[in-house]
Design a protein around this ligand. Structure first.
Ligand SMILES: [Mg+2]
Length: 180
């Protein structure tokens, strides 16, 4: 199971640009929140934010295309707006078995329980990969394994506690070793 922004796609600039276009100072923007909650915090309308977000801007991190091609079953669990997320999935040609976005969680912070239910898997059968504290929290809530997307420089430089992967290809090794 993967987070989307900052984990599979290098989206910080795309996320930031939409806020800046709407008049938010760049240094007030943070990452990893439910999009509606972040808009509310910054005093923006969600519709305006979605309209300002360029779904063509964010590119996969190097190695992510190969990772996706090498996965069997995989799922996406993201705090982003479903319109932005679906647009990017279509552009990238990625077809996760399950993709849940912010609307699936009542626009509050995402959770992994419904994703596991959709997959009909238990927490011991999955690995969650993410770039933010909210991703780690989600994994902790269900009791599944978690690894940091350390190929995201922002995440790697934060030196988070736990398993920090250097490359997307490390995910495949981890799945084979721990879950396979
Ligand atoms: Mg993220």
């Amino acid at each position: 199971m993967f987070d989307f922004d900052g984990t599979l796609v290098d989206s910080d600039t795309a996320l930031l640009d939409a806020f800046v276009v709407l008049g938010v100072p760049a240094d007030e923007v943070t990452y990893g929140h439910a999009v509606a909650e972040e808009c509310a915090r910054l005093g923006l309308s969600l519709d305006d934010y979605v309209a300002a977000y360029d779904t063509t801007a964010a590119q996969p991190f190097p190695g992510v295309e190969e990772l996706i091609a090498g996965l069997g079953r995989w799922a996406l669990c993201s705090n982003k707006h479903p319109e932005s997320g679906a647009g990017e999935l279509a552009r990238l040609g990625w077809r996760p078995e399950v993709a849940r976005f912010a609307d699936a969680f009542g626009w509050r912070h995402k959770r992994l329980e419904p994703v596991l239910a959709d997959l009909q898997l238990g927490p011991e059968q999955v690995l969650m990969v993410g770039d933010s504290e909210g991703d780690r929290w989600c994994a902790e809530q269900v009791g599944c394994a978690f690894a940091w997307a350390g190929w995201n420089e922002r995440t790697r430089l934060a030196e988070p506690e736990g398993l920090v992967l250097r490359s997307p290809s490390d995910v495949l090794g981890l799945i084979d070793g721990r879950l396979g």
